[in-house]
Design a protein around this ligand. Sequence first.
Ligand code: HEC
Length: 194
Amino acid sequence: MKNVILTLGILLLMGACNEPKSKEEPLTEEKELALATEAAVSAERGKYLVNAMGCTDCHTPKKMTEHGPEPDPELFLSGHPSGEQLPPLDPSQVQGYLAFNMGLTAAIGPWGTSFAANLTPDETGIGSWTEEQFLIAIKEGKYKGMMNSRPLLPPMPWQQYRMLTDDDLKSVFKYLKTIKPIDNVVPSPIPPGA
Ligand code: HEC
């Protein structure tokens, strides 16, 4: 009996976890079925992964709204805006904290200041990247997806995204190649104390 109750409890819990949390475009049953039966590598699956994994949190500049900053759909995944000046920051005031700009596209921490990359298929983004480069960037955490380049800086969570299968990463890349190209040269990171 105890076991039955436990099993029921677990099932209920699983049910609760499966409920779509986001108010935006919850997956319908048809959609879930389509995703499950579709080719292992597809832009549609990539779109689903990009939306669910929150790439836009850091990679899309925000518009200020009455609910606070929200991703600007016009600048979807175009990275930290090249012309944006960061407000001056007194390091002594943020000691023991990490700091983000309002758009969450720039982050300041012990690694210095990092700027979220342009993930659109423009030449200033990933337009000239190969699929292999994209896999190396995410799986090995390497800038521009080149083995001999510098490690990717925080807060890019590649250590988590590398857990995805190659097919899922290829799907993400395929989807990114379909979004609107945006010309934006993201600034280079600033070393600590500079
Ligand atoms: C918490 C913030 C954050 C999230 C979420 C995030 N990124 Fe990043 N990402 C960054 C930052 C910051 C950089 C730049 C790091 C650097 O310059 O070393 C970056 C860099 C990258 C790069 C390397 C670009 C280059 O020119 O080398 C790729 C590719 C990338 N991100 C893809 C993604 C994808 C795909 C997602 C979603 C699945 C994602 N990121 C989610 C912050 C984030």
